[in-house]
Design a binder for this molecule. Structure first.
Ligand code: ATP
Length: 523
């Protein structure tokens, strides 16, 4: 049941499939008061403050004292000759021991980055000067660089020097160029902008606009206490906007999580976010890998090995919305079994029988018992033929206990959880009317996202009409309009008409996005 290397291999995982998440350790350490030692989810412990001259610019006193320091030395001593190569390097990559690629790469095939290293697009002669590390991930490293041509900072992702990573990075480049150029030419839909890409010393480098902290970092800064509802709403609306565009393009992100949603520099003092990291993305209908998504945000159909669609991103999105509100991941399972057990306990019910019948991994988690198990009875009045395995049954089968993580919030159903937050033993009755309505709307919103059945789970467009998003009064459970199957615009030949466009505009969608979804009908 655990994610052993052998199991990953058997499932035909891509080399970039998420490794055991360190996020949980990070949260756990933080929650038990060991925040100082909590490793960053992105392992950017090597990120160092640069001491180079460019960085010095940011500190005015030091800047004044050291400005033109080389020229000053030269004036004092005509013999003085500054040689860049003798300057001790301030390494940003860890480990920085040269192993491969003529000593340019470390043992992990990462280019050894140091302050002031130049990454050059030889075709355009555009130079990016490395300043500090922003993050180290599965694919490679992301460094903050100075773009001398535009006099601005950019984020450069330096992909590992290995063919599989290179190939998948090419996919990232092609999907993102399609999203940027064709689906979001005016940069209105909260998707990161790719600015450039080029090979450098056998590494593919992808340049992005420079964004701010990711949402996990934001929650950490807030002591994992969750955000005010207005920010949860604003961020949710913007992420949905990006998801609408992605679904229209037929692109599944496959790794939506707080670390991949970055805060944008404030425009008119308005808070904003953008979706990043299309390094695991694929086209709908061309799904190759079964081992995808980070564990806490992994959808039931991916856990169970069932064919997946853009609906898996909506599951992850639901997990993110809940996490933004409560400050902690909704399903921080230590193993896939633990994640699924938490889903069943928090959401209530279980995946539908037809999914369990067809999924490849059902036997890892469920026992076939005949039509007697309550299963989804509370939802659809039907008994299930499948019962989830107990921990003892898993242990007896695997000869080891399944890994089960701690619970950092009160156990119970989603509605109780939202109403009880911030765990002050509140119940619905204690809340002021306005907050109660907000909470009811949030619970109802989440209900449509963390829905076990991918066919019933709301699409991004359907979710975008929920009162939690539109800000309309919440008067009762939301019934989404019926959406006819959409041929993703990425594959459709033309977009010819726009039924119900006016209505969609009322939901705050731009005419451009509305025009992309001319295939949906509003009932
Ligand atoms: N445009 C950007 N601006 C600022 N920081 C960025 C940018 N892009 C990435 N980062 C930082 O680098 C981290 C890693 O980026 P990204 O997720 O693209 O790399 P990755 O190798 O695919 O990571 P993972 O293996 O975790 O999926 C992000 O969480 C973020 O903190």
């Amino acid at each position: 049941m655990e994610e052993t290397g052998r199991e990953r291999k058997a499932a035909g995982p891509p080399p970039w499939a998420p490794t055991k998440s360190t996020v949980f350790r990070s949260y756990a350490a933080a929650v038990v008061g060991d925040r100082a030692e909590a490793p960053s989810a992105r392992g950017n412990g090597v990120a160092a403050r640069s001491s180079n001259l460019r960085a010095v610019r940011k500190r005015p006193i030091v800047a004044r004292l050291t400005r033109d320091i080389v020229q000053t030395f030269e004036k004092c001593n005509p013999e003085f000759n500054y040689v860049d190569s003798l300057n001790p390097k301030h390494f940003l990559t860890s480990p920085a021991v040269p192993v491969h690629n003529d000593g340019l790469d470390n043992a992990n095939s990462d280019l050894i980055l140091y302050v002031n290293l130049e990454l050059v697009n030889k075709k355009s002669d555009r130079r990016y000067i490395v300043e500090e590390m922003l993050g180290q991930g599965t694919f490679g490293q992301v460094a903050k660089c100075w773009d001398a041509e535009t006099n601005s900072y950019v984020a450069v992702k330096v992909i590992k020097n290995q063919p599989a990573f290179y190939q998948q990075a090419i996919m990232e480049v092609s999907l993102l160029s399609m999203l940027n150029d064709k689906f979001d030419p005016d940069d209105q839909h909260h998707i990161v902008r790719m600015l450039d890409f080029f090979p450098w010393k056998n590494h593919l480098c992808i340049t992005f606009e420079m964004l701010g902290h990711n949402l996990y970092e934001l929650l950490k800064k807030n002591n994992l206490r969750g955000l005010q509802l207005q920010f949860v709403r604003t961020f949710s609306r913007q992420i949905l906007d990006a998801l609408i565009v992605m679904k229209g393009a037929g692109i599944i992100h496959c790794d939506l999580k707080p670390e991949n949603i970055l805060i944008t520099p404030k425009v008119n003092s308005a808070a904003g976010v953008k979706v990043i990291d299309f390094g695991s993305a694929c086209m709908e209908g061309k799904t190759i890998y079964s081992y995808i998504q980070s564990r806490y945000y992994r959808s039931p159909e991916v856990l169970l090995g069932y064919p997946y669609t853009t609906a898996i991103d909506m599951w992850s999105f639901g997990c993110i919305v809940a996490e933004l509100y409560i400050g902690l991941p909704l399903f921080p399972g230590a193993s896939e079994y633990d994640v699924l057990s938490r889903m069943i306990e928090i959401v209530g019910g279980q995946p539908p029988d037809d999914l369990l019948r067809e999924a490849k991994n059902t036997r890892k988690f469920f026992k076939h018992v005949g039509s007697i198990y309550p299963g989804n009875e509370a939802h659809d009045g039907l008994c299930s033929s499948y019962r989830v395995l107990t921990e003892d049954e898993v242990e007896a089968r695997d000869s080891k206990k399944p890994k089960i993580g701690k619970w950092y919030f009160p156990r119970g159903r989603l509605d109780r959880l939202i109403f009880a937050y911030p765990w002050k033993n509140l119940n619905e009755g204690n809340l002021p009317e306005t907050e109660k309505e907000d909470c009811l709307a949030l619970v109802d919103f989440l209900r449509g996202l963390v829905e076990f059945d991918p066919n019933k789970r709301w699409s991004p467009l359907q979710a975008s009409y929920h009162p939690f998003i539109t800000g309309e009064a919440f008067t009762g459970p939301y019934e989404p309009f019926r959406e006819t199957p959409v041929i993703p615009v990425g594959r459709a030949a033309t977009v010819d008409h726009n039924p119900g466009g006016g209505h969609w505009l009322a939901a705050g969608l731009s005419p451009q996005v509305v025009s992309m979804f001319s295939h949906a009908s509003i009932k």
